[in-house]
Design a protein around this ligand. Structure first.
Ligand code: NOJ
Length: 562
């Protein structure tokens, strides 16, 4: 295996030089991006073949969701071997080729790291099970005796994010009839997600050593950074105290929980930052950290910790001028004291795509099952993207949003794979809708995703949304993204800095100035008239100029050179 240098440094933008500060980062969800070997499942070869598409789209970096050896109980977020590629995605040689060729194209590669939990098939966990209570391997996870007379009750009242208790009782299969029964000693283990995802005990030095070693393994492979899964979950409150509250899912993100956002996590990231520093100052850590407030999120990106954190408060905000302005101000203000760039994100593999969220009324959250008004949703989504790409900081794009893909809200139950769908008796877990493989060609097997169908069925209408169908059509969403990213490259001031200057605007319209540039976003359902502020650089709809007044259509964002 050859070692590579990281991708060439991007030109400095604004006053800061770190490439990530204003980077546009494209999330590839490997199983649904492109299938190179025709087995219906996306893979590294497919990604490799499509790297030129990403370069031409104009993104700076690619974040790859997990491709590690995994039984796929949670689509790869259950890792059995952190240093191996799952055969369904390819091999380490394929990963090496993706990293090398991406760098040759000027793209950086960020990989997903899943430190909160492993797969139950991970060697440590399997040994812990085999060796039984008292095994030192059990100390690397959270094994506890149950409560109740016979240990038949879970050790505490925590609930799994995917539904049901966060504890599973260890069972042994008797050799004769094959029936399972609680093991002698009756221990339970903790899993904040699926039972196939046991939580590591991060108080154990072997766990800490192992992850520093895993970081080095991938840094040696040449990756430019890590997106850290459940970064807020590693440390649990001493003694694993009961929460004493039911319906814990509703509290998530709003309340301090004994298993999330504990102060002890920061020591872990300080030690990781030192590991990255051994490789220069160009490799980055990105936190997936759900915290009660943006101020708490800022703790993860203090100068000696991570470089970026996802802005989930922004993702959760509806297409509404007042709400957007509030979250933009709060986000920028929260990051400013720690000197980290703010990030912006509208879609990812865990939430309903923004074209479908905005097709539905406000207040329904980020897990929707109804298609809503598709045309309205797409118009708003395009406008929302232009707004996001005009904000200072780094922006994340989720594969397929550049095609204006909606969520697939009518997937039949039999094809669903999201573990929470099963754990919540079909009442939850609709993440499959944003994970349907993306269309590349107007015709052909799985619309060019691969030659062997696709692991989730694509809607019949998706040929018209394919990359081929949209390429060259100036009104298409794909060309809008390409233009926006090209303009952003030509005007580095667009993503630079840490502030926006708000300008007076009619009700429902956002207007802010940035370094020779003005962005106006009309979030209302009506055309608004504003004095022409300058030359139109880009808009998601046609802006008419009549007597020095610009007529900005409903749900339209305009970038002006001023
Ligand atoms: C967050 C990931 O984005 C999600 O897909 C996964 O199910 C959980 N973490 C558990 O790893």
């Amino acid at each position: 295996m050859t070692q590579h240098l990281a991708a060439p440094a991007a030109p400095a933008s604004g006053t800061d030089t770190g490439w990530w500060r204003d980077a546009v980062i494209y999330q590839v969800y490997p199983r649904s991006f492109a299938d190179g070997n025709g087995d219906g499942m996306g893979d590294l070869e497919g990604i490799r073949n499509r790297l030129p598409y990403l370069r031409d789209l104009g993104v700076d970096a690619v974040w790859l969701s997990p491709f590690y050896a995994s039984p796929q109980a949670d689509a790869g977020y259950d890792v059995a071997d952190y240093r191996a590629i799952d055969p369904m995605f390819g091999s380490l040689l394929d990963a090496d080729a993706v990293i090398r060729e991406a760098h040759d194209l000027g793209l950086r590669i960020i990989v997903d790291l899943v430190p909160n939990h492993s797969s139950d098939q991970h060697e440590w966990f399997q040994r812990a099970l085999r060796e039984g209570p008292g095994s030192p391997l059990r100390e690397r996870y959270h094994f506890r005796p149950g409560k109740g007379v016979n240990g038949e009750l879970p050790p505490n009242d925590w609930e799994s994010i995917f539904g049901g208790p966060a504890w599973t009782r260890v069972e042994v299969t008797d050799g004769n009839g094959g029936t399972s029964q609680p093991e002698a000693g009756g221990e339970w283990y903790l899993h904040l997600f699926a039972p196939e995802q046991p939580d590591f005990n991060w108080e154990h030095p072997a766990v800490r050593d192992e992850f520093r070693s895993i970081l080095r393994f991938w840094l040696d492979m040449g990756v430019d950074g890590f997106r850290v899964d459940v970064a807020h979950g590693l440390i649990k409150a001493q003694g694993l105290p009961d929460l004493g509250k039911h319906d814990q899912l509703k509290l998530l993100g709003n309340d301090v929980m004994p298993f999330f956002d504990q102060d002890g996590v920061h020591e872990v990231y300080r030690s990781w930052r030192k590991v990255l520093a051994e490789y220069g100052d160009d490799r980055v850590l990105v936190a997936e950290a759900w915290t009660p407030t943006v101020q708490r999120t800022a703790n993860y990106v203090r100068p000696d910790e991570m470089h970026q954190a996802f802005n989930f408060q922004y993702l959760g905000t509806y297409w509404d001028a007042a709400e957007l302005r509030k979250v933009i101000d709060e986000s920028l203000a929260a990051m400013r004291p720690v000197g980290a760039p703010t990030t912006w994100v509208l879609s990812n593999h865990d939430v309903t795509r923004h074209a479908t969220r905005f097709a539905n009324p406000a207040g329904l959250g980020t897990q929707l099952r109804q298609a809503g008004d598709r045309e309205l949703g797409l118009r708003r989504a395009r406008a929302a993207t232009l707004l996001m790409l005009a904000l200072p900081g780094s922006a994340y794009i989720y594969q397929g949003e550049e095609l204006g893909l909606p969520d697939v809200t009518d997937l039949p139950d039999e094809v669903r794979q999201d573990p929470s769908f099963f754990r919540a008796a079909g009442q939850d877990g609709f993440r499959d809708g944003c994970r349907v493989p993306i269309p590349w060609t107007a015709e052909g097997s799985s619309y060019g995703f691969g030659s062997g169908g696709s692991w989730l069925p694509q809607p019949d209408s998706w040929g018209a949304l394919s990359v081929d169908a949209q390429t060259g059509d100036p009104g298409s969403t794909l060309e809008l993204y390409r233009s926006a990213l090209a303009v952003r490259r030509e005007h580095p001031g667009l993503g630079a800095g840490d502030a926006v200057e708000w300008v007076d605007a009619p009700e429902g319209v956002l207007a802010f100035r940035r370094d020779g540039f003005l962005c106006t976003a009309n979030t209302t359902g009506e055309t608004v008239r504003i004095p022409v502020p300058g030359r139109t650089l880009l808009a998601n709809d046609t802006v008419m100029i009549v007597d020095d007044m610009a007529e900005v259509p409903a749900d339209t964002t305009v970038w002006w050179a001023v």
